[in-house]
Design a protein around this ligand. Structure first.
Ligand code: KIV
Length: 273
């Protein structure tokens, strides 16, 4: 397993992600929202760290990603950037910070880059926001697109079920993917769509396509760290593979600590001054 862990310590750039796609090397991407976790994820050798607006669910306990603010995303972005040496850090633009018009979108993207020192931003949508995407890229900010299930539109969909199963929605998704590539996006996230459709998009685009619940025939995978580490047992969609059971490991450690405090086993002679 460790043979696939790169010992190349150079900073990952958008160009290096493009090169990875050209040579068929899959891209690893994971979320982080804080300094301590970002250090661990970066040291492990992750290629891309996403400061996702899933922080709204995972860190703040909200039901959707909608409530998180631009200031809160910048706070999470800043904390993550301080812990990262190698990975490319992408910060999600939160709901309400870019949908209004392209000037609002540009101003929000500039704030994220200036205040968090992230490497790139990500936003959800295709044709509807293409002018904003172009304007942000024209200002020198790398943009990652996001199509398929777009959690910021949950109130429009009414469900987190698989997207683009109908021919119409699938064709729109393919058109949007091409528009985002033509606009200059450096990569695209596809969330929860049929694997065959994701494979088609990855083949047709020359930019890297990163999937979550989009099958194995794309250029990389992204997951939410807390989900794949088994910290929130209530969430188990089909696409999620759990690599650890941190919920149990942390609970056992906490209960051992409670026990040691109650029985006065902790602190012992060596653990005091
Ligand atoms: O916010 C997030 O974590 C995301 C990933 C699920 C791609 O956008």
């Amino acid at each position: 397993m460790s043979s696939y862990i790169s010992n190349d310590t150079r900073k990952v750039t958008t160009h290096r992600l493009w090169e990875m796609k050209q040579r068929g090397e899959k891209i690893s991407m994971l979320t982080s929202y804080d300094y301590t976790m970002a250090q661990i994820v970066d040291n492990a050798g992750m290629d891309v760290i996403l400061v996702g607006d899933s922080a709204s669910n995972v860190m703040a306990g909200n039901v959707t990603t909608l409530p998180i603010t631009l200031d809160q995303m910048i706070y999470h972005g800043k904390s993550v950037v301080k812990g990262v040496k190698r990975a490319l850090v992408v910060v999600d633009m939160p709901f309400g910070s870019y949908q209004g018009n392209l000037y609002e979108g540009l101003a929000s993207a500039i704030r994220i880059m200036k205040e968090s020192h992230a490497d790139a931003i990500k936003l959800e949508g295709g044709e509807e926001i293409i002018d904003t995407v172009k304007r942000i890229i024209a200002s020198g900010i790398p943009v990652m697109g996001h199509l398929g299930l777009m959690p910021q539109s949950i109130n429009k969909y009414g469900t987190y079920t698989v997207r683009a199963k109908s021919d119409d929605e699938a064709e729109k998704l393919v058109r949007d993917a091409h528009l985002l590539e033509e606009a200059g996006c450096f990569a695209l996230v596809l969330e929860k769509i049929p694997a065959s459709l994701a494979e088609r998009v990855a083949k047709e685009l020359s930019i890297p396509v990163i999937g979550i619940g989009a099958g194995g025939h794309v250029d990389g995978q992204v997951l939410v760290a807390q989900d794949m580490l088994g910290m929130n047992n209530g969430f188990s969609p089909r696409f999620l593979r759990r690599y650890a059971d941190l919920h149990t490991i942390i609970t056992n450690a906490l209960q051992q600590y409670i026990n040691d405090v109650k029985t006065m086993d902790f602190p012992n002679e060596k653990e005091q001054y």
